[in-house]
Design a protein around this ligand. Structure first.
Ligand code: SF4
Ligand code: SF4
Length: 95
């Protein structure tokens, strides 16, 4: 289960491969696709292994990638605002 996530700014990447090399859990690989500069940016091949450590971001010379931690099983408990809608019954006398 992923504890982190990684974002890649494809157009900034120059395909040096540092992020691929230094990711401790081997989340990344260089893609076969090109960006507009003709480089192969990385993509996440094992996103479930991302810890969000941001080592990729620290090594990237072009600020083209960053990792961040995500809250496990982000529970979005809806309906906790306590707003109960009571419908007041108005007895309207037809005059
Ligand atoms: S370290 Fe940065 S520039 Fe190098 S391949 Fe990864 S994202 Fe691209
Ligand atoms: S945040 Fe860490 S685990 Fe995730 S891709 Fe980057 S280096 Fe790998």
């Amino acid at each position: 289960m992923a504890r982190g996530s990684v974002q890649i700014v494809v157009e900034r990447c120059k395909a040096c491969g540092f992020c691929v090399e230094f990711c401790p859990t081997k989340v990344l690989e260089l893609s076969s696709a090109f960006n507009s500069k003709g480089y192969h940016p990385p993509h996440a091949v094992n996103p479930d292994k991302c810890s969000g450590c941001d080592l990729c971001g620290m090594y990237c010379p072009d600020f083209a990638i960053y990792g961040f931690r995500v809250k496990e099983a982000a529970k979005t408990a809806a309906g906790a605002d306590g707003a109960t809608e009571a419908e007041p019954e108005e007895a309207s006398d037809a005059s």
